[in-house]
Write a protein that binds this ligand. Structure first.
Ligand code: NA7
Length: 538
C-alpha cells in the first residue's frame, strides 16, 4: 500500500487548486479523478450550448496575479470549451498532472483509528493510505436519469447533458427529444433546435430564465477588471454571492409600479442573474417576488407567439429565484420555430418508453435520439458515491440519513481529517463556485499547517458545534422563500431524498467572516487530537 499525506478526490477547480496548495505546503498529495482529464463539471457537461452563468471575469481563480492578468476570456459569459481550456492551462502552468490519476475512481475511504490514517481504495485495485482525505467532487456532478417505465426498451440513442460524449454528435435530420427544462435544457434546446429536423421538449415545470445578453469581451471591459483585479476580487470575497452584482438595496414597494417595471426592464436588458438584484426583498417577501415573476411572464408572452405555448412556458408554481434561475440565449424564441413542439408532462406525465420513443397520455412520440436534461443528485450524491467510513466504521450515508450534517460545510464529526470542499452547509451552489472553492481550499490547507505547527495529528468538529451550525443553516433558509420550491437545493428532485435546504444562504462574505472568527478564536468548534484521544479511550 502506498502512502501520502493527502488523498484528494476530483480534479475539477477544487481539486486542482487544492493540489497546488497542498503540494506548495510540502504535503505529498495524490489526486484521483474518474474523468479522463481535468475540469470536473466542465469536463462532463459538454452539451451544445453549455455556458457559465457567472461572468467570465469573475469565474476564474484569483490566487495567482500573473495567471489572472495573462488569461483572456473571449466572451462575457464563457462557453464550456473556453472554461475547459482554462482548467487545462492551469493544470499545465502549475505542473499538476503528474500527481493526478485519471480514469480512476475512489470507491471507498475508511478511517483506521489505530494508525490515525485514511485508507482509500480505487477502481483500479490500488490502496493508498493518507493522513488527510479530501472530497473535492463538486456539488452537481452525479447525473441522474429518472426511473421511467420501459426505459430499457428504447432502442434509439440516449444522452445525458451531464455526461455528454466527447465526440461531435450530428443530430441533423433527426427527430430529437429533450426531457427537462432546467439550466441544461434551457441552454441546449436553442442549439439543438437549429440542428435537429424536429425537436420535442418535454417540460414538467417551466423555469424562469433571463437572457444572458452575452457578447464578445471588449478590451475596455477586460481592462476595467484587470487594472484593479485584486481589489475587485477582495470585494467579491466579501459580497453576498461571491460575485459583484449591482444590488438595488431598496424594497420593490418603495417605488411606484412604473418605476418598478422600468427597473425590471433595465435589468432584463442588461441580462444575467443580476435581475434578482432588482430589489432587496425579492427572495424574502412573496408579494415583492410576485412582481419580478410577473414581469418575466409578461416577457414570455411578448416573445412567444402562440399564447397557449407562452402560458405553458410561464412558471407559476414557485417564487422566482427559489430554483436556480436560468440564463439563456434565445430560449423562449426557440418555441416560435416550426420544428419545435412543447409537451406538458406535468398535466400528463410520461407513461412509458417504447422501442422507438415514448408515450404521454394517448399519444406516442417517435424519436431517433433522446436527451435527458434531468439534472443531478446534487450536494450529497457525489459524497455518497464513495463508501466513506469514519471512526468505528460509522458510514457517512448512515450519519446523514436524515440530511447532511456538517460544521461549516467543511467537516463532519466522527470523521477525523476528512474535509469537503464546498460541502453541504456552506455557500457552495449559492455562490460563485470558484470564490467558495478558493476559500475552502485555503481553510483546509491552513488548518493542516496549523496542526503541523502545533504538532497535532487529528482534527474534527465538536458535535455540539456541528448541531448548532446545522440548525443555523436551516434557520437562515427558513427566513427566505427558498424552502417553498421543489428544488434540487432541497433534495426534492430525487425520490426519497430528505427535504431540507442544503447550501448556506447567509451570504459569502458573512460566511467568510464566521470562518475567520472561528479560526481567530483558536478554531472554536473544532477539536484536535488531545481531546479526540481522550474521547477514543473512554
Ligand atoms: P435541473 O435544474 O435539476 O433540471 C432538471 C430538469 O429535469 C427539470 O426541468 C426537471 O423538472 C426535469 N426532470 C427531472 N426529473 C424528471 C422526471 N422524472 N420527469 C420529468 N422531468 C424531470 O438540472 P440541470 O442539469 O438543468 O441544471 C443543474 C444545475 O447545473 C443548474 O442549476 C446550474 O447550477 C448548473 P422539475 O423542475 O423537477 O419538475
Amino acid at each position: 500500500m502506498s502512502s501520502v499525506d493527502a488523498v484528494v478526490v476530483g480534479a475539477g477547480f477544487s481539486g486542482l487548486y487544492l493540489l497546488h496548495r497542498l503540494r506548495s505546503a510540502g504535503l505529498t498529495t495524490r489526486v484521483f479523478e474518474r474523468g479522463g482529464d481535468v475540469g470536473g463539471t466542465w469536463y462532463w457537461n459538454r452539451y451544445p450550448g453549455a455556458r457559465c452563468d457567472v461572468e467570465s471575469m469573475q469565474y476564474s481563480y484569483s490566487f495567482d496575479e500573473k495567471l489572472q492578468q495573462d488569461w483572456h476570456w473571449p466572451e462575457k459569459f464563457s462557453a464550456q470549451p473556453d472554461i475547459l481550456a482554462y482548467a487545462n492551462h492551469v493544470a499545465d502552468r502549475f505542473d499538476l498532472r503528474k500527481d493526478i490519476d485519471f480514469d480512476t475512481e475512489v470507491t471507498s475511504a475508511h478511517y483506521d483509528a489505530n494508525r490515525s490514517k485514511w485508507i482509500a481504495k480505487t477502481s483500479k485495485g490500488e490502496q493508498v493510505s493518507a493522513r488527510f482525505f479530501i472530497m473535492a467532487t463538486g456539488c452537481i456532478s452525479t447525473a441522474q436519469i429518472p426511473e421511467f417505465d420501459g426505459l430499457h426498451d428504447y432502442s434509439g440513442e440516449t444522452y445525458h447533458t451531464g455526461n455528454w460524449p466527447h465526440e461531435e454528435i450530428d443530430f441533423s435530420g433527426q427527430r430529437l427529444a429533450v426531457i427537462g427544462t432546467g439550466s441544461s435544457g434551457i441552454q441546449s434546446i436553442p442549439v439543438l433546435a437549429e440542428e435537429a429536423k424536429h425537436l420535442t421538449v418535454f417540460q414538467r415545470t417551466p423555469n424562469y430564465s433571463i437572457p444572458s445578453q452575452n457578447e464578445f469581451m471588449t478590451e475596455e471591459y477586460e481592462r476595467s477588471w484587470k487594472d484593479i483585479y485584486s481589489r475587485r476580487r477582495a470585494e467579491m470575497r466579501l459580497s453576498a454571492h461571491g460575485s459583484l452584482k449591482d444590488l438595488n438595496d431598496v424594497s420593490a414597494f418603495s417605488v411606484s409600479e412604473n418605476e418598478r417595471c422600468e427597473t425590471y426592464a433595465k435589468r432584463w436588458a442588461i441580462g444575467g442573474t443580476g435581475y434578482l438584484g432588482s430589489f432587496n426583498d425579492l427572495l424574502t417577501n412573496s408579494e415583492a417576488n410576485y412582481t419580478a415573476a410577473e414581469f418575466v411572464r409578461h416577457k414570455i408572452r411578448e416573445v412567444v407567439k402562440n399564447p397557449i405555448t407562452a402560458e405553458l412556458l410561464s412558471p407559476r408554481s414557485y417564487p422566482i429565484g427559489t430554483k436556480r434561475i436560468c440564463i439563456d440565449t434565445g430560449y423562449f424564441e426557440t418555441f416560435n420555430r416550426d420544428n419545435v413542439e412543447l409537451v406538458d408532462i406535468n398535466a400528463s406525465p410520461i407513461q412509458r418508453f417504447v422501442s422507438d420513443g415514448l408515450v404521454v397520455g394517448e399519444r406516442k412520440y417517435q424519436f431517433d435520439s433522446i436527451v435527458f436534461a434531468t439534472g443531478f443528485d446534487a450536494m450529497t450524491g457525489s459524497l455518497f458515491n464513495v463508501d466513506i467510513k469514519g471512526r468505528d466504521g460509522f458510514s457517512l450515508k448512515k450519519k446523514w440519513y436524515a440530511g447532511p450534517r456538517t460544521y461549516l460545510g467543511l467537516m463532519t464529526a466522527s470523521f477525523p481529517n476528512f474535509f469537503m470542499i464546498t460541502g453541504p452547509g456552506s455557500p457552495s451552489v449559492k455562490s460563485n463556485m470558484i470564490v467558495s472553492i478558493e476559500q475552502h481550499v485555503d481553510f483546509v490547507t491552513e488548518s493542516i499547517l496549523h496542526m503541523q505547527k502545533h504538532d497535532m495529528k487529528l482534527m474534527e468538529p465538536d458535535l455540539g458545534a456541528e448541531n448548532d451550525w446545522v440548525k443555523h443553516v436551516q434557520d437562515v433558509a427558513n427566513k427566505t422563500l427558498f424552502p417553498r420550491a421543489n428544488s434540487w437545493y432541497m433534495g426534492a428532485n430525487i425520490p426519497g431524498k430528505p427535504r431540507l435546504f442544503m447550501p448556506y444562504i447567509g451570504g459569502v462574505g458573512t460566511y467568510r467572516k464566521i470562518c475567520e472568527e472561528i479560526v481567530a478564536d483558536n478554531y472554536r468548534g473544532f477539536v484536535f487530537d488531545k481531546v479526540l484521544a481522550v474521547t477514543a479511550a473512554e
